[in-house]
Ligand binder design. Structure first.
Ligand SMILES: [Zn+2]
Length: 287
């Protein structure tokens, strides 16, 4: 049994729903999941919202005819969603070898315990709070079964426990890179310095692996991954310049920064914008 009240080592609130919000980056068409190439399928969770875009992407990794698959992010604790994943696996005649979590935010992790019980397969995560039936997961780990092989890369920043996974020519980015818009640096657990470093790590990984596709935690798969990361990096530096100007003009708190910089956001994402603004203020004050 896991104590529900046990605090996360990474300080991620259990009920946090912090991902990102749409900006003019990437595909604006609706996304409903489905197959990407011959070795990845997304089952979209029914939790759309201002912070989760179309919903959480649960990824099934492995060739269609493989007996064992690796699942990434079982998503919110929604029985309809979990049963849909099980039906999909049943139709393929596949069983779950292991489930990996990109990070501990609840829209990715809340189903972990029930999913572990339904599948009998271990749930591997960096944060012990979300580990079920196995020790955990860390940078450099390789999880392999049959023709599926996943390499773990630490990409903290969105949250302290954020990780990305390299499989063949694809990188699963969780909430570090979204299929649309930009992500939130979820202060205080998130950290902008770490986030910028993680974007550099992803750039190097794309270069060294020849990856051609990003599979995000929300929104559509993205091609031209190097361009996507470059746009994310440019956006972060643009925002930092705006925050610098806001501070020079007298803004002192995250609320004041949001009022001056994030002028076009819906009310529903204001709390998340304030977290990102606080992360940016911390970043600027630490320099
Ligand atoms: Zn998240």
């Amino acid at each position: 049994m896991v104590d529900e009240r046990r605090p996360s080592r990474f300080g991620v609130p259990r009920d946090s729903l912090v991902s990102g919000r749409p900006l003019a980056l990437g595909d604006t068409d609706p996304w409903s999941g489905g197959s990407i190439g011959s070795d990845a399928t997304c089952i979209l969770a029914p939790n759309p919202g201002p912070m989760t875009l179309d919903g959480t992407n649960t990824w099934i990794l492995g060739p269609v005819d493989s007996a064992d698959v690796i699942v990434v992010d079982p998503g919110p604790d929604d029985d309809v969603h979990l049963q849909r994943i099980l039906r999909h696996l049943d139709q393929r005649g596949a069983r779950v070898f292991a489930t990996l979590l990109t990070h501990g935010h609840s829209d990715h992790s809340a189903a972990a315990r029930n999913w572990h019980e339904l599948t009998g397969a271990p749930v591997l995560a960096l944060d012990p709070l979300h580990q079920f039936g196995a020790e955990g997961l860390g940078a450099g780990d390789v999880i392999s079964v049959g023709e599926v092989s996943v390499r773990v890369v630490a990409t903290p920043g969105h949250s302290a426990d954020s990780m990305s996974f390299l499989m063949n020519n694809k990188i699963l980015t969780g909430d570090t890179v979204l299929g649309r818009g930009t992500t939130v640096v979820a202060w205080p657990d998130g950290n902008l310095q770490s986030y910028l470093e993680s974007l550099s790590v992803l750039t190097e990984l794309i270069d060294s692996s020849g990856a051609t596709t990003l599979l995000p935690g929300h929104g559509p798969a993205l091609d031209e991954p190097a361009n996507v990361i470059a746009a994310y990096t440019a956006h972060r530096h643009d925002r930092l310049d705006q925050v610098r100007r806001a501070v020079a003009a007298g803004a002192q708190t995250a609320t004041e920064v949001v009022a001056m910089v994030y002028t076009d956001i819906p009310e529903a994402v204001r709390p998340a914008a304030e977290l990102s603004a606080q992360a940016q203020l911390d970043f600027l004050r630490s320099r």
